[in-house]
Write a new protein. Structure first.
Length: 305
């Protein structure tokens, strides 16, 4: 119960975005500019700032990042295999795979983790969340390209990833973390980054609420929605709990990765379904459904992690 009330304020920001946008107090046209600001400016600032303050030489952090990457890759392959066997058209199966593997581990995962894993620093939480999401994104893109056979050489995937602001910020942050920088220069860089980074979580959560107003529960996809939401909110985090239990990671690190795995479907999944001409209506419904259910499912899963 304490876990539920600890996470409730974060979900209330999403609810505020939904209610205010639905009642036209906030305008729906604000959603895309807010998302773009967070995605291209505030979040990269948060990533760079976090990596600048991080000691990447610690073995515990290295093991956490390694475990997150390896398990995410295995999960992507497992979910692709499950999705292939489902009795649905190809577009529906690929959509289920995307919505089940791509979670909101950054925009929702970071603020939730700061509340639910207070023993872990904000810098570590941000870094693990970004690596977690990036691994899921890259692996899912490669699997989809192979599945749909849309790529001859994969060059355009590499190009899009290189231009991705999250990956660019990750690379810049790693460079600044490795290269010694005088304290005066570091403080000069950190000050504007800090101001921008502080806006990332609240704006992203509010914009997510506004984005959810564009989608509705649909009866025609109820079985697909149930399967995708079940895979995302239950099977994936339990899979992480099982495999993380085989490692030497401490309890806090296991809780962090379990939480990231338990986050609902990300907006990115919806965007990709539109890009690949899949079932965007199903993706939107899964995103809405999983976000609503996660208010209860995340606290419950954290009790057993």
């Amino acid at each position: 119960m304490n876990t539920f009330f600890a996470t409730l304020p974060i979900f209330l920001i999403i609810a505020a975005g939904y209610i205010l946008t639905r009642n036209r107090i906030a305008e729906n046209r604000w959603v895309n500019p807010l998302n773009n600001f967070v995605y291209f400016i505030a979040l990269p600032a948060l990533i760079i700032l976090s990596l600048m303050k991080l000691d990447l030489s610690t073995s515990s952090l290295q093991l956490t990042l390694l475990a997150s990457t390896v398990i995410s890759l295995i999960a992507a392959l497992l979910f692709a295999g499950i999705s292939v066997c489902l009795p649905f058209p190809t577009k529906t199966r690929v959509t289920i795979f995307l919505t089940a593997i791509l979670g909101n581990s950054i925009f929702l995962g970071i603020p939730l983790a700061q509340v639910m894993t207070p023993d872990i620093s904000k810098e570590v939480i941000t870094t693990v969340s970004v690596v977690f999401f990036t691994t899921a994104l890259v692996s899912s893109l490669i699997i989809i390209e192979i599945w749909l056979r849309k790529s001859r050489g994969g060059g355009h995937i590499a190009e899009s990833l290189i231009k991705n602001p999250i990956i660019v910020a990750l690379a810049v942050g790693l460079i600044l973390a490795i290269i010694p920088i005088p304290k005066t220069a570091a403080d000069f860089i950190a000050t504007p980054l800090q101001l921008l980074a502080q806006t990332a979580s609240p704006l992203a959560l509010f914009a997510l609420g506004g984005f959810l107003t564009r989608h509705r529960f649909t009866r025609s996809h109820w079985l697909s929605i149930t399967i995708a939401s079940g895979l995302k909110l239950t099977v994936l985090p339990l899979f992480f709990i099982a495999l993380l239990g085989l490692t030497t990671l401490d309890g806090a690190s296991i809780e962090l990765q379990t939480l990231l795995a338990a986050t609902p479907t990300a907006v990115t999944a919806f965007v990709l379904t539109e890009k690949y001409k899949l079932s965007s209506e199903l993706a939107g419904a899964v995103m809405l459904t999983s976000t609503v259910i996660s208010v209860v499912s995340i606290p419950l899963l954290m009790q057993i992690s």
